[in-house]
Design a protein around this ligand. Sequence first.
Ligand SMILES: [Zn+2]
Length: 157
Amino acid sequence: MNLRIGIGFDSHEFQEGKPLILGGVRIEFPKGLKGHSDGDALLHAITDALLGALGEPDIGELFPDKDPRWKDADSKVFLLEALRRMEQRGYRIVNLDCVIVADQPRISPYKESIRKSLSELLRVPQESISIKGKSREGFCMDDGLACLCTILLIYEG
Ligand SMILES: [Zn+2]
């Protein structure tokens, strides 16, 4: 069986005065996500799921936050590098399933635009991408958000 599965998790604190970007989509919210890059926790979780499925080094090892090259970087750069490694190894994405845990902002109005953005970035049909918004219900921090992603890859040679 030429299937590989990966899991990714990422969380960031909110930061005033920074745009909020999730899955490459600008979300209307007074705070963005703190981090060395643009803080796109969803793209970071997907990148790590992809790298994990391949058994490659994780996002922090490939793109250390001490490295000035990645300061304020567009997180699409990280994702595209993971995709390049996947393609080089002869795999393609079967589907991915993502959860965004946040009390604020509400994710549901943005679900479809996030799916569309991911579909274009990952070059997979929107039907193969699931985005779920969950409220925190007592889980960890209330001044930030967390994203989880599982991804399935198939070897095509
Ligand atoms: Zn991150």
